[in-house]
Design a protein around this ligand. Sequence first.
Ligand SMILES: [Zn+2]
Length: 182
Amino acid sequence: MNAEKNIYLTFDDGPTPEVTLRVLALLKEYNAKATFFCLGKNVEQFPEIYNEILIQGHAVGNHSYSHLNGWITNNKKYFADVNKASVLIKSRLFRPPYGKLLPIQWFIIKKSYKIVFWTCLSKDYSEKINEEKILYRVKKASKNNAVIVFHDTIKASKKLLNILPEYLEFLKSENFNCVLIK
Ligand SMILES: [Zn+2]
Protein backbone atom coordinates (compact mmCIF):
# COMPACT_ATOMS: atom_id res chain seq x y z
CA MET A 1 0.00 0.00 0.00
CA ASN A 2 1.43 3.36 -0.99
CA ALA A 3 1.60 6.21 1.51
CA GLU A 4 -0.85 9.07 0.96
CA LYS A 5 0.41 11.94 -1.16
CA ASN A 6 -0.92 15.38 -2.08
CA ILE A 7 -1.14 16.72 -5.59
CA TYR A 8 -2.33 20.09 -6.88
CA LEU A 9 -4.41 19.95 -10.06
CA THR A 10 -4.80 23.33 -11.74
CA PHE A 11 -6.93 24.43 -14.69
CA ASP A 12 -5.96 27.62 -16.52
CA ASP A 13 -7.58 30.10 -18.92
CA GLY A 14 -11.27 29.37 -18.17
CA PRO A 15 -13.99 29.43 -17.22
CA THR A 16 -15.46 28.05 -20.43
CA PRO A 17 -19.06 26.77 -20.10
CA GLU A 18 -18.71 23.74 -22.40
CA VAL A 19 -15.49 22.59 -20.74
CA THR A 20 -15.39 23.77 -17.12
CA LEU A 21 -18.72 22.18 -16.20
CA ARG A 22 -17.55 18.81 -17.51
CA VAL A 23 -14.27 19.14 -15.62
CA LEU A 24 -16.24 19.94 -12.45
CA ALA A 25 -18.42 16.86 -12.93
CA LEU A 26 -15.34 14.63 -13.28
CA LEU A 27 -13.64 16.15 -10.24
CA LYS A 28 -16.80 15.54 -8.22
CA GLU A 29 -16.95 11.92 -9.31
CA TYR A 30 -13.40 11.38 -8.00
CA ASN A 31 -13.80 13.59 -4.93
CA ALA A 32 -10.88 15.67 -6.22
CA LYS A 33 -10.33 19.36 -5.50
CA ALA A 34 -8.56 21.69 -7.93
CA THR A 35 -7.50 25.29 -8.37
CA PHE A 36 -8.81 27.23 -11.37
CA PHE A 37 -6.61 30.10 -12.58
CA CYS A 38 -9.30 32.11 -14.33
CA LEU A 39 -9.05 34.90 -16.86
CA GLY A 40 -10.97 38.01 -15.81
CA LYS A 41 -12.49 38.41 -19.28
CA ASN A 42 -13.98 34.91 -19.04
CA VAL A 43 -15.27 35.41 -15.49
CA GLU A 44 -16.97 38.58 -16.72
CA GLN A 45 -18.60 36.67 -19.55
CA PHE A 46 -19.51 33.53 -17.57
CA PRO A 47 -19.99 34.55 -13.91
CA GLU A 48 -22.30 31.62 -13.23
CA ILE A 49 -19.58 29.13 -14.20
CA TYR A 50 -17.10 30.95 -11.96
CA ASN A 51 -19.60 30.73 -9.09
CA GLU A 52 -20.12 27.04 -9.74
CA ILE A 53 -16.36 26.43 -9.29
CA LEU A 54 -16.57 28.02 -5.84
CA ILE A 55 -19.87 26.34 -4.89
CA GLN A 56 -18.28 22.95 -5.58
CA GLY A 57 -15.48 23.74 -3.12
CA HIS A 58 -12.62 24.42 -5.51
CA ALA A 59 -10.18 27.33 -5.35
CA VAL A 60 -9.73 30.15 -7.86
CA GLY A 61 -6.70 32.23 -8.75
CA ASN A 62 -6.04 35.38 -10.75
CA HIS A 63 -4.55 34.61 -14.18
CA SER A 64 -4.90 38.25 -15.33
CA TYR A 65 -7.77 39.79 -17.28
CA SER A 66 -6.62 39.23 -20.85
CA HIS A 67 -3.61 36.86 -20.71
CA LEU A 68 -0.78 39.31 -21.42
CA ASN A 69 2.81 38.18 -21.77
CA GLY A 70 4.80 39.93 -19.01
CA TRP A 71 8.03 39.81 -20.98
CA ILE A 72 6.69 42.05 -23.77
CA THR A 73 4.11 44.19 -21.94
CA ASN A 74 4.93 47.45 -20.19
CA ASN A 75 4.56 47.28 -16.44
CA LYS A 76 1.77 49.82 -16.13
CA LYS A 77 -0.38 47.96 -18.63
CA TYR A 78 0.50 44.60 -17.04
CA PHE A 79 -0.44 45.64 -13.49
CA ALA A 80 -3.65 47.30 -14.74
CA ASP A 81 -4.63 44.00 -16.37
CA VAL A 82 -3.99 42.06 -13.15
CA ASN A 83 -5.91 44.64 -11.11
CA LYS A 84 -8.84 44.53 -13.53
CA ALA A 85 -9.02 40.76 -12.98
CA SER A 86 -8.76 41.16 -9.20
CA VAL A 87 -12.13 42.93 -9.15
CA LEU A 88 -13.73 39.81 -10.63
CA ILE A 89 -11.57 37.06 -9.08
CA LYS A 90 -11.35 37.12 -5.31
CA SER A 91 -8.08 35.34 -4.64
CA ARG A 92 -4.61 35.84 -3.22
CA LEU A 93 -3.20 33.42 -5.79
CA PHE A 94 -1.70 34.64 -9.06
CA ARG A 95 -0.33 32.66 -11.96
CA PRO A 96 1.41 34.67 -14.69
CA PRO A 97 0.17 33.90 -18.23
CA TYR A 98 2.78 31.78 -20.07
CA GLY A 99 4.69 31.68 -16.76
CA LYS A 100 6.41 34.84 -17.99
CA LEU A 101 7.08 37.57 -15.49
CA LEU A 102 9.89 40.14 -15.41
CA PRO A 103 11.76 40.41 -12.09
CA ILE A 104 10.21 43.82 -11.34
CA GLN A 105 6.71 42.47 -12.07
CA TRP A 106 7.39 39.49 -9.82
CA PHE A 107 8.63 41.81 -7.07
CA ILE A 108 5.52 44.02 -7.18
CA ILE A 109 2.97 41.22 -7.59
CA LYS A 110 4.36 39.10 -4.79
CA LYS A 111 3.54 41.92 -2.36
CA SER A 112 -0.17 41.17 -2.85
CA TYR A 113 -0.22 37.60 -4.15
CA LYS A 114 1.18 34.15 -3.75
CA ILE A 115 2.67 33.51 -7.21
CA VAL A 116 1.99 29.96 -8.33
CA PHE A 117 4.00 28.26 -11.07
CA TRP A 118 3.90 24.51 -11.77
CA THR A 119 5.98 21.36 -11.87
CA CYS A 120 4.30 19.89 -14.98
CA LEU A 121 2.64 21.55 -17.95
CA SER A 122 0.41 18.90 -19.53
CA LYS A 123 0.50 20.55 -23.00
CA ASP A 124 -3.13 19.51 -23.41
CA TYR A 125 -3.52 22.49 -25.79
CA SER A 126 -0.76 21.35 -28.17
CA GLU A 127 -1.44 19.95 -31.63
CA LYS A 128 1.98 18.31 -31.59
CA ILE A 129 1.45 15.86 -28.75
CA ASN A 130 -1.08 13.05 -28.59
CA GLU A 131 -3.27 12.00 -25.66
CA GLU A 132 -1.15 8.99 -24.83
CA LYS A 133 1.95 11.16 -24.45
CA ILE A 134 0.11 13.72 -22.34
CA LEU A 135 -1.06 10.97 -20.01
CA TYR A 136 2.46 9.61 -19.81
CA ARG A 137 3.79 13.11 -18.97
CA VAL A 138 1.30 13.84 -16.21
CA LYS A 139 1.49 10.37 -14.66
CA LYS A 140 5.28 10.52 -14.60
CA ALA A 141 5.14 13.99 -13.01
CA SER A 142 2.67 12.88 -10.33
CA LYS A 143 4.70 13.05 -7.15
CA ASN A 144 3.98 14.36 -3.67
CA ASN A 145 3.25 18.14 -3.87
CA ALA A 146 3.41 18.25 -7.69
CA VAL A 147 1.49 21.06 -9.42
CA ILE A 148 -0.05 19.94 -12.72
CA VAL A 149 -1.45 22.38 -15.31
CA PHE A 150 -4.39 21.65 -17.57
CA HIS A 151 -6.53 24.09 -19.56
CA ASP A 152 -10.34 24.30 -19.37
CA THR A 153 -10.52 25.88 -22.81
CA ILE A 154 -12.13 24.91 -26.10
CA LYS A 155 -8.71 24.42 -27.67
CA ALA A 156 -7.59 21.86 -25.07
CA SER A 157 -11.01 20.35 -24.42
CA LYS A 158 -10.92 17.29 -26.66
CA LYS A 159 -7.65 16.02 -25.21
CA LEU A 160 -8.35 17.17 -21.69
CA LEU A 161 -11.75 15.51 -21.43
CA ASN A 162 -10.44 12.29 -22.94
CA ILE A 163 -7.48 11.94 -20.59
CA LEU A 164 -8.89 13.36 -17.34
CA PRO A 165 -10.98 10.30 -16.32
CA GLU A 166 -8.03 7.95 -16.75
CA TYR A 167 -5.68 10.35 -14.99
CA LEU A 168 -8.04 10.78 -12.03
CA GLU A 169 -8.41 7.00 -11.84
CA PHE A 170 -4.62 6.70 -11.79
CA LEU A 171 -4.30 9.28 -8.99
CA LYS A 172 -6.91 7.41 -6.97
CA SER A 173 -5.13 4.08 -7.43
CA GLU A 174 -1.85 5.70 -6.37
CA ASN A 175 -3.45 7.15 -3.21
CA PHE A 176 -3.07 10.79 -4.18
CA ASN A 177 -5.23 13.41 -2.49
CA CYS A 178 -6.13 16.15 -4.98
CA VAL A 179 -6.00 19.24 -2.80
CA LEU A 180 -6.44 23.01 -3.07
CA ILE A 181 -3.60 25.49 -3.35
CA LYS A 182 -3.82 27.83 -0.37
ZN1 LIG B 1 -2.81 30.79 -19.34
